[in-house]
Design a protein around this ligand. Structure first.
Ligand SMILES: Cc1cc2nc3c(=O)[nH]c(=O)nc-3n(C[C@H](O)[C@H](O)[C@H](O)COP(=O)(O)OP(=O)(O)OC[C@H]3O[C@@H](n4cnc5c(N)ncnc54)[C@H](O)[C@@H]3O)c2cc1C
Length: 508
């Protein structure tokens, strides 16, 4: 039994089905990928930004190498766009720079820092980093600050859509026998004689001898339920700005980050940067703010200004007016700032996969590999099933088809010809496929994550009520019961002028 249907829980469940069809994934939300796995920067880091000697770095380096194989057969886009680390005079603290003569500073920025980055990567097992001079930096990324002195290009960095990957892993697990049970919150773990015996939920108890705790920011609380804790998670929020892909699809070719010497960063995170998404939107961010509330995904005007200010130096001409959205997610760091992946010594059958802050997405394949080591010890067979299906069938993306392919689909089913979302060119047939998929979308955000409705410039202004009407029709509910993202997020408060009708009262 896996607690938590984020990227980690779903990836572990999919892997278990290679050996055993009998696996259940539980999540308290009404869809998979509702935690950090839907609100991150989609980067498959190489490990260059992680502290040496940490489990995070080790699993990140290995996970990055495993990614092509990890996504094979899932029908999810993955590409290695690389990372450009830019070195400028601001890479060095002013108090250090002040003590240097101009030649010494120039040597530091042009030679010593880039060489240091390459050596740091090599020590972590990251080969193939390339030092670039100023001209090469600006030729690669013309929008980067003209103050660039040198740079390092890391070709291993990749991009993947994190929620599409999570959905794909969940569906692939279901194809191979898993069950994904949503709207089910784990409230206790039954432990008897030092062994896991069951999971207690808000909808009843389920017997099991094996629990994998992949509960994200709540993993410390779930571990405590079993008496298998000992670590605390302090939520750290990160906000990101998202730009219109029609404007920014070619703004940066690779991810771009400003190098800052160790000790210069105020926040405990990699420091962020400018990143494209697989779909071509520019992202700027994320911030790193300690918060009390594990559900705090608010974004303040100050945070947005902070992002603008921070990245204005690195990319002086970025198209501020093309921001279409901002989102934030909550990281799950422990006080030790490292992953906690262990089979509990106190409670047999309980496995913690906790503290999975960034680079959790990038490390996922290696995290799964490590967890499977424990699970085989705990009784999951080591021999793969001969009937494991390696392929997850996918729905075509109308926007990506040529005219002949579109015509052929429309002839078979005219709903392929009904464009629901004009910005992203999404058809009714795609929305229907999302609602009737193996892990079905049941609200507006669920449809959006699967099809991109509402992700364009108008942010749902055109398609919102069309998608709501399709959801209502297919789910057999009144449109007033359609939600944005599950309970407590109604789209409509009532019928038009309802409160003016005789005998009806309402709020002024
Ligand atoms: C702003 C930001 C940017 C990031 N950028 C990157 C990046 O570019 N690259 C990268 O590698 N990583 C990145 N990360 C980190 C990455 O998002 C996480 O490491 C990863 O998503 C963690 O996945 P998870 O499955 O452990 O957690 P989650 O996705 O949070 O899933 C945990 C699930 O457990 C469920 N759950 C919790 N408690 C219970 C309970 N009691 N009962 C039932 N269900 C429960 C939750 O509902 C949730 O669905 C970023 C994170 C943030 C916040």
């Amino acid at each position: 039994m896996v607690v938590g249907a984020g990227i980690i829980g779903c990836a572990i469940a999919r892997e278990i089905t290679r050996y055993l069809p009998d696996v259940v994934v539980l999540d308290k939300e009404n869809d998979v990928a509702c935690g950090a796995s839907k609100a991150n920067n989609a980067e498959v880091h190489s490990g260059i930004g992680e502290d040496a000697g940490t489990l995070k770095q080790k699993l990140n380096v290995r996970g990055n190498r495993m990614y092509d194989e990890f996504v094979a057969g899932l029908g999810v886009d993955f590409r290695r766009q690389g990372l450009l680390i830019v070195v400028t005079p601001r890479s060095v603290p002013p108090e250090v720079a002040e003590k240097m003569g101009p030649e010494e500073l120039d040597e530091l920025l042009r030679v010593k820092i880039p060489e240091g980055i390459v050596a740091y990567g090599k020590a972590a097992g990251i080969e193939g980093l390339r030092i670039l001079n100023r001209e090469e930096v600006l030729a690669r990324e013309p929008n980067v600050t003209p103050e660039a002195v040198s740079g390092v290009f890391d070709p291993h960095y990749g991009l993947v859509c994190p929620y599409k990957l999570t959905i794909a892993l969940a569906e692939h697990a279901v194809i191979n026998g898993a069950r994904v049970i949503l709207n089910t919150e784990v409230t206790g773990i039954r432990v008897e004689d030092g062994e896991v015996r069951g999971v207690i939920t808000n909808r009843g108890e389920i017997a099991t001898g094996l629990v994998i705790n992949a509960a994200g920011v709540f993993a410390d609380e779930v571990a405590e339920m079993a008496g298998a804790g000992g670590f605390r998670i302090h939520p750290r929020k990160g906000a990101t700005l998202l730009f219109d892909r029609q404007v920014t699809s070619e703004y940066v070719r690779s991810s771009v980050a400003l190098f800052r010497m160790p000790g210069m960063k105020k926040e405990r995170s990699k420091g962020g940067g400018a990143m494209p998404t697989v779909e071509g939107n520019l992202q700027l961010g994320p911030t790193a703010v300690e918060v009390e509330d594990k559900y705090d995904t608010s974004i303040s005007a100050e945070e947005i200004e902070e992002i603008f200010e921070r990245f204005h130096y690195l990319l002086p001409n970025f198209p501020k007016e093309a921001v279409i959205s901002a989102f934030s997610g909550v990281r799950a760091p422990t006080h030790e700032e490292d992953f906690v992946i262990e089979a509990s010594e106190r409670v047999r059958g309980f496995v913690n996969v906790a503290g999975i802050q960034s680079p959790g997405l990038a490390s996922a394949p290696a995290i799964v590999e490590m967890v499977m080591g424990f699970l085989h010890e705990l009784g999951i067979p080591r021999e793969p099933r001969p009937d494991f299906d390696p392929i997850r069938p996918t729905t075509p993306r109308f926007a990506e088809l040529d005219d002949r392919e579109r015509d052929s689909l429309i002839r078979k089913d005219p709903r392929w010809g009904n464009i629901v979302c004009r910005c992203e060119y999404v058809t009714e047939a795609e929305v229907l496929a999302a609602i009737h998929s193996l892990v079905p979308a049941t609200d507006m955000d669920g449809v959006k994550r699967r099809t991109r409705t509402g992700m364009g410039r108008c942010q749902g202004g055109f398609c919102g009520h069309r998608v709501a009407a399709i959801l209502a029709r297919e789910l057999g509910i009144p449109v007033t019961e359609v939600t944005k993202s599950g309970g407590g997020s109604p789209l409509y408060l009532g019928e038009n002028k309802e409160f003016l009708q005789p005998g009806r009262s309402g709020h002024a």
